[in-house]
Design a protein around this ligand. Sequence first.
Ligand SMILES: [Fe+2]
Length: 205
Amino acid sequence: MSYILPDLPYARDAFGDILSAETFEYHHGKHHQTYVTKTNELIDADASLSGAALSEVIRVAHEGGQTSLFNNAAQLWNHSFYWQCLSPDVQQPSGTLKDMIDQSFGSFDAMKTALHKEAVDHFASGWAWLVLDKGSLKILSLHDADTPVAHAVQPLLTIDVWEHAHYIDYHNARPDYVRNLLDRAINWEFVAQNLDGKGVGRADQ
Ligand SMILES: [Fe+2]
């Protein structure tokens, strides 16, 4: 069994000037594809994990210190999750998610401000996350390929803060990229779905 590059859940040009078709062409078509290819090469070279779920590969590689396999498999999963966190239609949180955001952060705007700060202040490459930690909402960031799949928290939402995520459209202006995503391009319906604690499975294969 080989891992595959999941299709984008929207057209490459669906986001207009927020994220260009060229960004998706490189970020999904080249960067994400490379993580798929390298994960498959590493699995082919080590039959012990042949046929394992991607999430299992990530956990085993993390525990066993298999850095290259962990980095590529985690990036395969992280990107598969990230695409689903984006929506070309502007959405707002509602229902239980909205109530939990208000309870944890005071308001939706306060939560966006905190997540924006986490994403912008994260040094160098990584991912900013909204996670469920023992039933509570929490904002954190992880370095390089690191992923909630390898930790005891459930992923709800992520923002890719590797430079390759924003360089074509925003150059070095990471704050503008994160602001545009948070205000105009997050799939809050997907985030709400992940409150069931099954977010890992939604980007698994
Ligand atoms: Fe990326």
